[in-house]
Design a binder for this molecule. Structure first.
Ligand SMILES: Cc1ncc(C[n+]2csc(CCOP(=O)(O)OP(=O)(O)O)c2C)c(N)n1
Ligand code: SF4
Ligand SMILES: [Mg+2]
Length: 351
């Protein structure tokens, strides 16, 4: 039952995107997650974002760790490259793959246990290095796959299904990513596709480390009264700072807003992020102010969502390291063994 392929039959009138693919071409196998799991909604949002961005599926590399969330890459982008790593080790494998071939689009999918517990060190280093990736954390506050233990993102005072109260301080991956220099940081809710899809599109087109923390309720182990990651709690405490319209370079801007209502951010590929302000005075270009704003809302038990921070001019790991621009597997003997004269120059520099 674990791997169920979808039947290849498809409706003949399905709409194709600009590169000739239908939405079905971005799907994967049939999900085996619990009915109602937030993670399935995130998979659907990834499918929609990639289809709308006209990405050729074979240009994507999707990587994950271990957990229900980390299983989901099997349920989307079935024709893309995939690597299911050891628990918590996705960021280093993704970093290595990205260094070897910068031409692919890197999508890291993880859980709160995978990234904030066993993988916290790996998470931190991928963020601080500015690896060019879209890193999605499917955050349900528990280890869903191993039957609902509190994870490191569970809020203090929240109640487990069996009635235990969590006494540990929560790790907020959004705050960690901001502190470590991530250049695109958003938070969303699996039940709000209108917010999530443009956030994913913007992240994919961003150059640098992009984190989206998506609150994604676990209906089996963390959707009861007393949980701060349940559907009811998130709906009641969701405070969006802005609404993002993602505009690819080719699209003309049609929606007009009064001056001051929208912040426009042009990314390195020419795509534009149009942020309709919902919170008065919120500036997504000010890292420290964003951190203070998030902390203030957190103290009131509110969950701040939207594009919380963006630096469209950030450099990525390749720029920091001044790496060769071609994928390593395309380099020939001439580039890899440039000869004794080139070696002598390097040795002289080190003398
Ligand atoms: C090295 C190692 N330690 C522990 C486990 C057991 N384990 C499997 S999944 C998991 C936690 C997953 O939690 P999370 O990343 O939040 O994913 P979710 O299932 O909640 O989506 C743990 C501890 C493991 N597979 N490998
Ligand atoms: S156990 Fe929780 S996280 Fe795992 S599939 Fe079921 S609802 Fe989703
Ligand atoms: Mg989890």
């Amino acid at each position: 039952m674990t791997y169920i392929a979808k039947p290849p039959l498809r409706h003949p009138t399905l709409h194709e995107n600009r590169v000739g693919y239908t939405r079905r071409d971005y799907e994967g196998r049939v999900s085996t997650l619990c009915a109602g799991c937030g993670h399935d909604s995130i998979s659907a949002a990834i499918v929609q974002a990639c289809w709308e961005l006209d990405i050729e599926p074979h240009r994507v590399a999707k990587l994950s760790g271990i957990g229900c969330s980390s299983k989901t890459p099997d349920y989307f982008l079935g024709a893309s490259h995939g690597f299911n790593t050891v628990h918590g080790r996705m960021p280093s494998v993704l970093t290595g793959a990205n260094l070897a071939n910068r031409e692919l689009i890197y999508l890291g999918v993880s859980g709160d246990g995978d990234s904030a517990s066993i993988g916290l060190g790996q998470f931190a280093h991928a963020m601080r290095r500015g690896v060019n990736m879209t890193y999605i954390v499917e955050n349900n506050g528990v280890y869903g796959l191993t039957k609902g233990q509190f994870s490191a993102t569970a809020d203090p005072g929240s109640k487990s299904k069996k009635g235990a109260i969590n006494s540990d301080t929560a790790i907020d991956l959004v705050q960690v990513a901001l502190q470590l220099g991530a250049s695109y940081v958003g938070r969303s809710f699996s039940g709000d596709k209108e917010q999530l899809i443009p956030l994913i599109k913007g992240a994919i087109r961003h150059r640098g480390a992009a984190l989206i923390d998506v609150i994604s309720p676990c209906v089996a182990f963390n959707n009861h009264a007393g949980s701060t990651k349940s559907y009811d709690y998130v709906r009641a405490h969701n405070e969006a700072v802005n609404r993002l319209d993602f505009m690819p370079q080719r699209d003309a801007i049609t929606a007009m807003y009064a001056p001051g209502e929208v912040i426009e951010v042009t990314q390195h590929d020419g795509s534009m992020l149009r942020l309709r302000k919902l919170a008065e005075g919120y500036d997504p270009g000010d890292r420290l102010a964003a951190m203070a704003h998030i902390a203030a809302h957190d103290a009131r038990g509110e969950i701040l969502t939207g594009l919380l921070y963006v630096d469209a001019g950030a450099a990525d790991l390749h720029e920091h390291l001044k790496t060769v621009s071609a994928p390593l597997n395309s380099l020939g003997e001439r580039e890899l063994c440039p000869g004794a004269a080139a070696l002598a120059v390097i040795n002289a520099e080190l003398a």
